[in-house]
Ligand binder design. Structure first.
Ligand code: PLP
Length: 447
């Protein structure tokens, strides 16, 4: 017995050695693939290896299921080793966390780092919420959502995007971030490629890394050809952080590439209501589009954690399984509050846009004379200027700005290779004072 145990130990340690050798080969292959711009996953190579493994397992009389488990483990660890660490939700969330810590010690912080709109929610929201609670809508619900919410959301989408959305195509989600994560988890598998246009919201990268998906980043819409073979593309129009709104022509050229492999277009419509220019809905241009929406931004309901997805019925059914498995359902009283916001959307959005324009005008005035190169954005809540200062480093600047002057901004580096930029939330209750202090801080950085 002792002898056998010693041999088991020896074989186990040999397996560890072999595993280490395998991983070092995988890392060398990963470097070569990166150099040549090749995808992480090669299904032909994988299938060939699986056939060989299967044959070997048979030859040695091993259980098929065990073999499959070992093989899946090896393939997934190969994929994992080739996907760079994603950095979580992004450095601006770190800045936000630190800002909150400083506030708890009693100091005032000027918040220009998070996408928290300065307006509250539509007036009927609170009554709807309380009434729903009084009616007892505080129990479990179904993951597919409540009829009133689905009706209100499909009507609003139809009006907003000029499409024909039906309630059966809509599912509520606890915020749109969770919706994007749910879609990626449900429809993609490790090693699949996901495209984005830079600069991009940091959470996309964080989610892809968490799910072992490979990001394919393009830095201009002229580069859509590079997206051939992606399983999905995440598009945000108006975009966080630079406010870019995709033109019809740009959407069409993207659709042409995605159509070749029937890739999924995940349209992150978080800022769809907040566009200063005419916005074409991606759902109108490309069939296989799933539209992800939120009540956080235009409707000022960040803390309610309420979003909704519109896609074909099959997609919605599959997504409802994921939602059912993870959070069960969006609270029914939250859906009631959301329905009343969406039912009053038309007039509400008009007022919000007036506010937004005045915030933008204020920001442009307050930042005049600052060493910043910037354009007026086409939409969303942010400015994404280039800082014209020698040796500027966005993370270092944002950290020092917060510690020394109590102004929180988002470092550009979180959104891609933009260490010379900052993302500034111009639509912030702290904009008036905060932007003035930011300009002064930038001006004195020169000296
Ligand atoms: N998508 C984008 C581009 C965002 O900027 C945000 C929030 O900042 C979200 C999605 C998530 O919003 P929520 O989860 O509050 O719906």
């Amino acid at each position: 017995m002792e002898d056998l145990r010693a041999r088991v130990r020896e074989v186990t340690l040999r397996l560890v050695e072999l595993y280490a050798e395998r991983m070092s080969l995988v890392r060398r292959i990963a470097d070569l693939k990166r150099e040549k711009g090749l995808p992480v996953r090669d299904e032909v190579v994988e299938a060939r290896l699986w056939d060989e493994v299967l044959a070997k397992c048979k030859e040695r009389g091993l259980d098929q299921l065990d073999c499959r488990r070992v093989f899946s483990f090896l393939i997934s660890s190969s994929i994992r080793a080739q996907i760079p660490e994603g950095g979580g939700a992004g450095p601006h969330v770190e800045i936000f966390r630190r800002a909150k810590e400083i506030e708890r010690s009693g100091a005032k912080v000027y918040h220009l780092e998070v996408g928290e709109p300065p307006w509250s929610f539509p007036p009927d929201v609170l009554d709807s919420l309380v009434e729903a609670i009084k009616r007892g809508e505080t129990r479990y619900g179904t993951s597919l959502g409540n009829p009133r919410f689905k009706e209100a959301a499909s009507e609003w989408l139809s009006r907003r995007d000029g499409i024909d959305a039906r309630p059966e195509e809509v599912i509520p989600t606890p915020g749109s971030k969770y919706a994007i994560f749910s879609i990626l988890s449900t429809f993609l598998r490790p090693g699949d490629r996901v495209g984005v246009l830079l600069p991009a919201w940091p959470a996309y990268r964080g989610m892809a890394s968490h799910l072992s998906l490979e990001m394919v980043e393009i830095s201009s819409t002229d580069e859509v050809e590079k997206l051939k073979g992606v399983r999905a593309f995440i598009l945000c129009s108006p975009n966080n952080p630079d406010g870019k709104v995709w033109s019809r022509r740009e959407l069409e050229s993207l659709a042409e590439v995605l159509r070749e492999t029937d890739a999924l277009l995940i349209s992150d419509d978080a800022y769809a209501e907040l566009s200063f220019v005419e916005r074409v809905s991606p759902s109108k241009i490309y069939e296989n589009t799933v539209s992800v929406n939120t009540l956080s931004k235009a409707f000022g309901m960040t803390g309610f954690r309420l979003g909704y997805v519109r896609g074909d019925e099959e997609l919605v059914r599959k997504l409802s399984k994921f939602i059912g498995l993870t959070v069960t359902n969006v609270p029914e009283f939250i859906q009631e509050a959301g329905a009343s916001a969406l039912e009053s959307a038309e007039g509400w959005i008009q007022r919000v846009m007036e506010h937004l324009i005045s915030y933008l005008d204020l920001a442009m005035r307050k930042l005049e004379g600052a060493p910043l190169e910037m354009n007026r954005p086409d939409g969303a809540l942010y400015l994404f200027p280039k800082v014209e200062l020698e040796g500027f480093n966005s993370m270092e600047f944002a950290t020092r700005l917060l510690e020394d002057r109590r102004i929180a901004v988002a470092p550009g580096i979180g959104f891609g290779p933009y260490d010379d930029r900052l993302r500034i939330t111009y639509a912030s209750p702290d904009a008036d004072q905060g932007l003035r202090l930011l300009r002064e801080a930038l001006q004195s950085w020169r000296s």
